[in-house]
Design a protein around this ligand. Structure first.
Ligand SMILES: [Zn+2]
Ligand SMILES: [Zn+2]
Length: 347
């Protein structure tokens, strides 16, 4: 069995390399990786070799949104068996610190997260992973859907942090993959009205197709005026999920949100922005951050299995591992939402 891996060598340079078949350590399983979604972070590492303080200093395998089939059990593994189809949760925390103990393990300082330097990712034929961070997929959930549980988890975490509930009006800023998964999750959690905003018409068209009750094309620069336009559509949103990271959009999010409501910041933009903090303070608008997700996989898989939401409609492009360059090149182009690479071994 050969094990080809997609290795980021240098800026804008990646190569399929053969590496030894990884052996599962205690508590790990060896997986034949099947689908891996490409994430904005993978593309950033390829283009810039860094995201904030995470700098790629040595060759690194890309990819962290994965599913696979268990091919071997490491010592002590009891929760899985060979042949199981699983979704892979890419961040494995220390399981011992305060954050881990209270279940907020996404805040663990010692979390090991795939394709975050110096940790290798999983665009590879084979990968070994902590067995308790691999989740069985029901028969009616495909391996491609299994890979999409990762981005879906971001939406689940965002909606939970926002406390989305039945009858809510929800504003979603940004109609990229994360904006749309947040929209899908908000809808399945019972949101009655969901407005999605963006600066691109084609993205809004897709948001509408996927279930947004309202969309708004942002042409206006004044965030207060944009907030008024949102309120005209869905009333004052009790929850706003900001997925663009843009300063003006964060300002709009605060102005638009109903007094006593919640703004969740999902999008990552500049490190410092100006926001109308007094407006938020005197109207008791909570501003909440998001870092990845925790305890979302089982719920997200259940949502997909029950048919509460259709996650596969996010995938617009599919490639074989040998075509990884094309897969990465297509990212961000018009009409491209989620790109998935098939990593099944063919040797
Ligand atoms: Zn991702
Ligand atoms: Zn920890």
């Amino acid at each position: 069995m050969k094990n080809f891996c997609l290795v980021l060598r240098e800026k804008d340079e990646m190569k399929l390399e053969e590496r030894p078949l990884p052996e599962p350590k205690a508590g790990e399983v060896q997986l034949s990786i099947r689908s891996v979604g490409i994430c904005g972070s993978d593309v950033s590492y390829l283009r810039k070799m860094a995201i904030g303080d995470f700098i790629v200093k040595k060759p690194m395998i890309l990819g962290h949104e994965a599913s696979g089939i268990v091919t071997k059990l490491g010592p002590g593994v009891q929760n899985l068996k060979v042949g199981d189809r699983v979704a892979v949760e890419p961040g494995v925390p220390c399981k011992a610190c305060q954050f881990c103990k209270i279940g907020r393990y996404n805040l663990c300082k010692d979390v090991v997260f795939l394709a975050t330097p110096p940790v290798d990712g999983c665009i590879a034929n084979f990968h070994c992973h902590a067995s308790d961070f691999c989740y069985n997929l029901p028969d009616n959930v495909s391996l491609e859907e299994g890979a999409l549980i990762e981005p879906l988890s971001v939406g689940v975490h965002a909606c939970k942090r926002a406390g989305v509930t039945f009858g809510d009006s929800v504003q979603i800023c940004g109609a990229g993959a994360i904006g749309l998964v947040s929209m899908l999750v908000a809808k399945s959690m019972g949101a009655a009205k969901i407005c999605v905003t963006d600066i691109a018409v084609d993205r809004l068209k897709r948001a509408k197709q996927m279930g947004a009750t309202h969309t708004l094309l942002i042409k206006e620069k004044d965030p207060k005026k944009v907030a008024e336009l949102i309120k005209e559509k869905i009333g004052e949103p009790r929850v706003t999920i900001e997925c663009s990271g843009a300063e003006s959009s964060i300002q709009t999010a605060i102005y638009a949100t109903k007094s006593g409501g919640t703004v969740v910041l999902v999008g990552m933009g500049p490190a410092q922005v100006n926001i109308p903090i007094l407006d938020a303070a005197i109207r008791e608008v909570d501003i909440r951050g998001i870092f990845r997700y925790a305890n979302t996989y089982r719920e997200a898989i259940e949502m997909v299995a029950r048919g509460d939401l259709d996650v596969k409609q996010l995938v617009t492009h599919r490639f074989q591992m040998e075509e990884s360059q094309n897969a990465f090149d297509s990212f961000g182009k018009e009409g491209v939402l989620k790109v998935v690479i098939n990593c099944e071994s063919r040797s």
